[in-house]
Design a protein around this ligand. Structure first.
Ligand code: ADP
Ligand code: ADP
Length: 229
């Protein structure tokens, strides 16, 4: 099964109101396990809206979406939340780490209350993930005291907590300097290779997009073309 299989997805906002606007106009998208795909396109073209739908944070107005083989259209909110928690990790530009908690505590958060992770297993896994992103020494620091690049590494470690089949990264390098952006990209590349999850990586950075497995261009709410990177 593909990790993402999207067919004829339309998304309109303010449906039924005078200001109704359709922003996605029939998107087809397939993402295979382990595929690292860049998503490019001008500001306002619909990339975030597309990612929100793939991430089960928002629903299409019409069309179908299967995540990891599970058709989502008919699922209720509770089932969507459950599927999201197990199948999808998020690394967004504004990372929403809890600054008053340590790196270790932040990475443990997605595992809280999951029967698969008793307390000690949770702590061990979080420590391993932080080690794998090069933050072993900083695991007990408050994230509010870490640098921007280090915080983004914590966010990546946290996104991997549930071993998702899909990682969604919405401009994770957008507000970093070139060197930190490069480091975060290399980190995504290495977790992609090590853990084998598929990644959708929204970026305005053409050089980084060329280093992905594939690129899709979103223009005016449509996917223009696919090219091999
Ligand atoms: P991008 O991520 O490519 O910059 P977005 O998906 O954020 O594009 O936005 C695409 C279009 O949809 C924009 O015109 C934006 O203003 C509009 N849009 C996004 N979210 C909403 C919303 N909740 N309500 C109304 N319009 C929205
Ligand atoms: P980006 O450019 O990264 O997509 P935006 O600043 O366009 O971010 O959007 C930030 C948030 O505001 C998103 O959740 C988006 O859905 C929402 N949004 C964007 N445009 C509109 C709009 N016209 N009306 C309501 N919400 C919007």
């Amino acid at each position: 099964d593909p990790v993402v299989r999207m067919r004829a997805v339309h998304k309109a906002f303010n449906v039924g109101l005078p200001n109704e606007t359709e922003v996605l106009h029939g998107i087809d998208l397939d993402l295979q396990p382990g595929q690292f795909c860049a998503v490019m396109g001008p500001s306002g073209s619909g990339k975030s809206t597309l990612l929100n739908i793939v991430g089960l944070l928002d629903r299409p107005t019409s069309g179908t979406l299967a995540i990891a083989g599970e058709e989502t259209t008919a699922l209720d909110d509770r089932a969507l939340t459950r599927l999201r928690g197990h199948a999808i990790g998020f690394v967004f530009q504004y990372h929403y780490l809890l600054s008053a908690f340590t790196a270790l505590e932040n990475v443990m958060m997605p595992m809280l209350g999951d029967a698969g992770f008793p307390n000690e297993a949770m702590r061990v896994r979080a420590a391993e993930l932080l080690d794998s992103v090069g933050l072993k020494k900083w695991q007990d620091n408050l994230t509010g005291h870490l640098s921007g690049g280090q915080q983004q590494r914590v966010a990546v470690a946290r996104a991997l907590a549930m071993n998702p089949a899909l990682l969604l990264a919405d401009e994770p390098t957008g507000n970093l300097d070139t060197k930190s952006a490069d480091a975060v990209f290399e980190l995504l590349r290495s977790v992609n290779r090590a853990h084998g999850m598929a990644i959708l990586f929204v970026t305005h950075n053409a050089a980084l997009s060329q280093r992905c497995d594939s690129i899709i261009q979103v223009v005016d709410g449509m996917v223009l073309d696919r090219e091999a990177a």
